[in-house]
Design a protein around this ligand. Structure first.
Ligand code: GSH
Length: 287
């Protein structure tokens, strides 16, 4: 059952925060929803508005995007619903889960852990799919088209989940994604800890490997923005590996490199409008 935690009128629509019992996680989870002004007048459930999911990065919560990204104004104009989940289970009680900022709490990496002691609750991959179903049931209508985007760890999550489920998500974009997690320190730590030492199992959660391994899933293109003053760019993000894989596979990609921009929400908010219009345009097309 959905518990409404707070509600705020915003650009003529409504910003809400919810808690619910997440089956995939086995714990209560929080998420945020922005419902644009057109929401109330939609004839549910047949003709739901497009829904765009945003997956946040390391250390973030369900609040970060809604507070910092400046997305609601354009979502109101475009008539899209925005949804942002938390970035990990909270209160799982796994020993050491708060010891580091890039693994454990705030760092679920959008995978289902198979390694103990994480496997019981750290199942953010399945949770995102569960949340999509819940949101469509509650707000979207069964036929609502969905898009997904995210930042850094969440950019990795958005790309990998969309590439694995192109039938569920019709548009995908990312800000400064961890684009090849199997070959960077953040990804090696997270995948090693959650998925174990067998690197073959990592491929299914690595955007660069998924593009290389499969057919073209998004013929309408993928949009990625990357700041060139991002302190994590050289060691962690590897957009050039993703770009090369897309080129080799024939997957259309618009990778924009922006001089001067860093890794944070000043960068994200600058290009947020472009991403929302990209998703709205793709989700409005008959599909
Ligand atoms: N704690 C890290 C930074 C973590 C970080 O940059 N997190 C990004 C996502 S990977 C973020 O969005 N942080 C929240 C914010 O900027 O509000 C550090 O000290 O370098």
């Amino acid at each position: 059952m959905l518990q409404l935690l707070s509600e705020h009128t915003c650009f003529g629509g409504v910003q809400r925060f919810y808690q619910h019992d997440a089956a995939a996680i086995g714990l209560p989870m929080r998420f945020s929803v922005y419902l644009p002004p057109g929401f109330a007048s939609q004839p549910l459930p047949q003709d739901g508005l497009p829904v765009v999911f945003y997956l946040a990065g390391l250390t973030c919560t369900e609040e970060t995007f809604m507070i910092k990204a400046g997305a609601q104004r354009v979502a109101a104009q475009e008539g899209v619903i925005l949804v942002a989940p938390d970035t990990s289970p909270r209160g799982a009680g796994v020993p050491g889960e708060t010891d580091s900022w890039d693994f454990g709490v705030g760092a679920g990496f959008y995978v289902d852990a198979v390694q103990e002691p994480w496997a019981r609750h750290y199942r953010m991959y399945s949770y995102i799919l569960e949340l999509r179903e819940l949101v469509l049931r509650e707000f979207g209508g069964d036929a609502a088209p969905c898009g997904i985007f995210g930042h850094s760890m969440g950019g990795h999550g958005a790309l990998t989940i969309a590439l694995r489920h192109p039938g569920l998500f019709r548009s995908v974009s990312a800000f400064a994604p961890i684009a090849a997690p199997s070959r960077c320190p953040w990804g090696e730590k997270a995948f090693g800890g959650y998925l174990g030492p067998d690197r073959a199992a990592w491929r299914a959660h690595d955007a660069t490997e998924l593009v290389a391994d499969g057919p073209v899933r998004f013929p309408g293109g993928i949009l990625v923005d990357q700041g060139l003053a991002d302190k994590f760019l050289a060691e962690q993000l590897n957009p050039e590996a993703f770009e090369a894989a897309c080129q080799a596979a024939g997957q259309p990609l618009t990778l924009r490199r922006h001089a001067g921009y860093d890794h944070g929400y000043y960068f994200i908010s600058t290009f947020m409008e472009d991403h929302l219009r990209f998703h709205a345009g793709q989700l409005r097309q008959p599909g």
